[in-house]
Design a protein around this ligand. Sequence first.
Ligand SMILES: [Cu+2]
Length: 143
Amino acid sequence: MMTRKLIAAAFLGFIWSLSASAQDLQISHAWIRLLPEQLPAAGYFKLLNHSGHVFVLVGASSPDYARAMMHQSMTMNGMEEMLPLKTIIIPAHGQISFAPDGDHLMLEGAKKTLKPGETVPITLHFSGGREVVIRFIVKGPAG
Ligand SMILES: [Cu+2]
């Protein structure tokens, strides 16, 4: 009897934390910069963590692109380099931003022709299996 109550309480707590998590993450300024020819597009956004726990971003995906990778831009020996990012930690009550010349989502293999003004759904994957889907607005090369 006691055990069953504990399991029920744990289960409800699990459900609560899942639903609370989705509201705890606030994503804004989500946009994609298209580049000419077959060049990959770049995805940018701001993510605020309103919760008291750490979130770990582990990847991204989109039905409109074959691949969505997390990259970091940096200058090494005067050359622009991009390094893959495996995980990004968002501290409790912290924030991260993917912005031009910094971290970005590298979107390769567009599955259809996208035009400025359209939106593209991108799923952000967090450790623990949590996912958040955001619609990114498509902009031209000038941003
Ligand atoms: Cu890149």
